[in-house]
Design a protein around this ligand. Structure first.
Ligand SMILES: C[S@@+](CC[C@H](N)C(=O)[O-])C[C@H]1O[C@@H](n2cnc3c(N)ncnc32)[C@H](O)[C@@H]1O
Length: 262
């Protein structure tokens, strides 16, 4: 199983390495997609690629979904207490990738409920395998666009901690509109946070870190937990993620931010 998860990780890493290249090779298709998205929809922060599922991940999606996946296809408001079978502070993570750091955090923090949202099917399968291995009941996953889930399925002041670690950087200027963190996104998520609740971000892409900081500083209702402003030192509570390790290998820095809803 570990090997399967590792294969999945590598395939996802490959996706990121090829993100720019793929956007180019999909050239016209992507451009047309963007145009359609402009006309009818919000521009998506992800591109789902077919294939690359291991047998174990496929099996996990089939067999473990009833246990660990939350169905949001009706896009109705979620009853998180019913989902977890208890009232507890809620942590929502967007884009958990293959889920290793998400599951590790949930395992080390049994008094909170962890809801992870990810669109990458191999990642969702791998994450459910890790939840099953860890035998924990405080972690659930949603395989859906987080923007939709946040807009429609989660109510005001329902989240204690919202975390986004190493979101896709979309490095090319013409793809910056695909970046998850922007003023529109913060306007949507701020009211979902409880007063005193936190939004946590990390990235290894300096220019995206600067964008995050600028948007967070400008967002109404959010305050930097770093009294001197700016980034915080790497927090102990955040396990090393797959993409952080990749960034380290490439010699990237890492920028962490925690803002509080006031
Ligand atoms: C670069 S990866 C980082 C994964 C993980 N957080 C880590 O650090 O290893 C970003 C992830 O965000 C996911 N993602 C991007 N936009 C999303 C969205 N709107 N809803 C859910 N997941 C999304 C992608 O599928 C991808 O797995």
């Amino acid at each position: 199983m570990t090997e399967d998860i590792r294969n999945g990780l590598d395939s996802q890493e490959l996706d990121l390495n090829k993100q720019e290249q793929a956007c180019d090779s999909q050239g016209e298709c992507a451009t047309q997609g963007d145009d359609n998205e402009h006309k009818n929809h919000r521009v998506k922060s992800f591109v789902i690629r077919a294939g690359r599922m291991t047998n174990a991940q496929t099996k996990a999606l089939e067999e473990l979904s009833p246990k660990y996946a939350v169905d949001v296809s009706s896009l109705e408001r979620l009853d998180t207490a019913a989902i977890f079978g208890r009232e507890a502070p809620l942590v929502v993570e967007i884009g958990f990738g293959m889920g290793a750091s998400f599951v590790e955090m949930a395992q080390k923090d049994p008094l909170r409920n962890y809801l992870g949202i990810e669109v990458h099917p191999p990642g969702v399968g791998a994450c459910m395998m890790l939840i099953e291995e860890a035998q924990i009941s405080n972690a659930k996953v949603i395989k859906y666009d987080a923007f939709e889930v946040l807009t429609k399925c989660l109510g005001p002041e329902s989240i204690d901690i919202l975390q986004i670690f190493f979101p896709d950087p979309w490095p090319k200027a013409r793809h910056h509109k695909r970046r998850l963190v922007n003023p529109e996104f913060l306007k949507l998520v701020t009211p979902l946070l409880k007063h005193g609740g936190n939004i946590r971000m990390a990235t290894d892409w300096q220019e995206y870190a600067e964008q995050m900081l600028e948007c967070l500083n400008a967002a109404e209702g959010l305050e930097n937990t770093n009294p001197s402003g700016g980034y915080i030192p790497r927090p102990e509570w955040r396990p090393l993620t797959k993409f952080e390790k990749r960034g380290e290998r490439l010699g990237h820095g890492v920028w962490d931010l925690v803002f509080k809803r006031v």
